[in-house]
Ligand binder design. Structure first.
Ligand code: 5GP
Ligand code: MN
Length: 343
């Protein structure tokens, strides 16, 4: 495990053995497959290893990921904050997974601002800006789930990785790589995928649950986005889709329904930048994707209080939808050179 410094691992192992019994694992807000997969995977291993571990998810997550938990649906902070606060108060350690900034904790941020518990951060986003006792960060890996596998290995806990944990971690890897199609060039990742399958992870079921498990309304919403709502700006090699709260309601939106919509325009020849704006209760949630060198995380960080990876990032705006879209469109000409760079 060269990427996990031997001395640090030894220290963490000792600390876990001697001082830690109760653990709370927290992934990022609006959790996706990797956030849920890494959290539930680690949770399963830690419980099997004799810890009392619980996952607290900041807000609702896609129902199609709930089969990954053998102990029922994890606690959702927005629905049971008192119970979650209690768990945090009595925990010996907090594990933060798949985010690099406390802003990604959603409503949990405020409560955790005064946190004094030791934090272990396991993440694959650039420039982690979280105060953590122990930091396991690597931007080269496909996913936090892959990093959790290495962490489990480094902690000598592989015997506790059973089929539940393996399914969760493989789901995270598959979700963050689009079924091993992007961020998936490291041979080591395939070794880990192999190890997970050896432990019983069901690749077919994972693919079914992630990609072939939607409602009819969600399929129609996708069709509506692509035929009615997609705007193409060929001069900037950019595509834009946006949905109002009313449109989301009309198509009976559930968390996770719009996952992946932002990727579709990138399959149009010549389009390298895709943005998806969605109207939430009191803000606009934005997803960015790109192909090649265009750094969407920089764009998102500078203009939309966001971040993420170069080719996949997100952000938000407190402006109205109309104003946020206008801002986005006015910014494009400033980036035309960068958007043309790969051509
Ligand atoms: P998505 O567009 O699927 O919500 O997120 C894509 C990537 O961007 C993920 O890696 C996610 O962690 C990151 N991301 C999404 N929204 C935000 C945000 O508001 N702030 C930051 N810093 N990262 C985000
Ligand atoms: Mn991730």
């Amino acid at each position: 495990m060269e990427r996990f410094d031997v001395n640090t691992c030894k220290k963490v192992k000792e600390w876990l053995r001697k001082e830690v019994k109760k653990i709370v694992i927290i992934p990022h807000v609006n959790p996706d497959g990797d956030a849920i997969g890494s959290a539930l995977g680690l949770n399963s291993v830690l419980n099997n290893a004799g810890f009392e571990s619980e996952v607290i998810v900041p807000n609702d997550f896609p129902v199609y990921l709930s089969w990954l938990s053998s102990e029922g649906i994890p606690l959702i902070y927005e629905h049971s904050s008192k119970r979650c606060n209690n768990l945090i108060d009595t925990a010996d350690a907090l594990f933060f997974l798949d985010f690099n900034d406390v802003k990604r904790l959603g409503k949990l941020e405020e409560y955790l601002n005064s946190n004094t518990k030791p934090v272990v951060l396991i993440d694959h986003h650039p420039d982690p800006a979280i105060k953590a006792e122990y930091l396991f960060s690597d931007t080269d890996v496909s996913s936090t789930s892959e990093l959790v596998f290495d962490f489990v290995d480094a902690m000598g806990m592989m015997e506790h990785l059973d089929v539940t944990g393996a399914n969760a971690l493989l789901s995270g890897i598959i979700a963050d790589t689009g079924s091993l199609s992007h961020n998936a060039s490291r041979p080591d990742m395939y070794r880990i995928v192999g190890e997970l399958i050896k432990r019983g992870a069901d690749k077919e079921r994972i693919n079914e649950s992630l990609y072939n498990n939607f409602s009819e309304k969600r399929m129609r919403l996708l069709g509506y986005c692509l035929s009615e709502k997609m705007e193409i700006y060929p001069q900037y090699r950019t595509a834009l889709i946006w949905l109002s709260a009313e449109e989301l309601k009309r198509f009976d939106f559930h968390p996770g329904d719009t996952e992946g919509f932002v990727n579709y325009p990138l399959s149009i020849k010549g389009i390298v930048f895709s943005a998806f704006f969605m109207e939430k209760h009191d803000y606009v949630k934005i997803s960015f994707r790109s192909k090649g060198s265009f750094a969407t995380n920089d764009f998102s960080g500078v203009h939309f209080s966001g971040g993420g990876h170069r080719n996949a990032s997100g952000g938000e705006s407190k402006l109205s939808m109309e104003e946020a879209l206008a801002l986005f469109k006015v910014l494009l000409p400033q980036y035309s050179e960068q958007l043309e760079k790969d051509f």
